[in-house]
Design a protein. Structure first.
Lengths: 107, 124
């Protein structure tokens, strides 16, 4: 199974900060990667698919980049509603695998 | 309204069985790939299994941890998705989500619609 390693596991940031979260795959996965946001007690929500495509309705402060093994989720200016846990997901092959999550907390 | 609503969770003893249901409204299940994803208490997300759309012969895929014990199926007459879980273990304790899988681009997917989740607790 492909391992997805996210870093950092958690971070503290202030409103307005630029935040980057990385996800590394244990083997090349082309651009078959998505980013998901989950708030406590809620189902996850897709932000980015195919590594860099913004899901409809998601604010443009979210962006994704990368291909192969290294991927980045960037929040250009952190907003109060962005405090949540973020997961990457590879859909290159089976089994699909998620990163372990990155918790973004208020500084 | 386009939505997914899971039901059927609860407390079951190790070795027992449970069937989760997922009612779809506002769209046709058989036109979509549908997945199950779970989340153990305080832990991350784990992919469980998939059923492909009717045009792809309803074939299924499973995580190694559930293969041979869990079965994903669909009833097209009622627009329900199911997860039959047998030989349950304590490590299967989790919130289970049914998820619509949108095929995007040439090879990628996006989980564009999630249910609210149903809790399964495996304990004696």
């Amino acid at each position: 199974a492909i391992q997805m390693t996210q870093s950092p596991s958690s971070l503290s940031a202030s409103v307005g900060d630029r935040v980057t979260i990385t996800c590394r795959a244990s083997q090349g996965i082309r651009n078959d990667l998505g980013w998901y946001q989950q708030k406590p007690g809620k189902a996850p929500k897709v932000l980015i698919y195919a590594a860099s495509s913004l899901q409809s309705g998601v604010p443009s402060r979210f962006s994704g980049s990368g291909s192969g093994t290294d991927f980045i989720l960037t929040i250009s200016s952190l907003q109060p509603e962005d405090f949540a846990t973020y997961y990457c997901l590879q859909d290159y092959n089976y089994p699909l695998t998620f990163g372990q999550g990155t918790k973004v907390e208020i500084k | 309204e386009v939505q997914l609503v899971e039901s059927g969770g609860g407390l079951v003893q190790p070795g027992g069985s449970l069937r989760l249901s997922c009612a779809a409204s506002g769209f046709t299940l058989s036109d979509n790939y549908m997945d199950w994803v779970r989340q153990a208490p305080g832990k991350g997300l784990e992919w469980v299994g998939r059923i492909r759309k009717k045009a792809n012969s309803d074939t299924t895929e499973y995580a190694a941890s559930v293969k041979g014990r869990f079965t994903v199926s669909r009833d097209d007459s009622t627009n329900f998705l199911y997860l039959q879980m047998n030989s349950l273990k304590t490590e299967d304790t989790a919130v289970y989500y049914c998820v619509r899988t949108q095929l995007v681009g040439a090879t990628s997917i996006a989980y564009d619609l999630w249910g609210q989740g149903t809790m399964v607790t495996v304990s004696s």
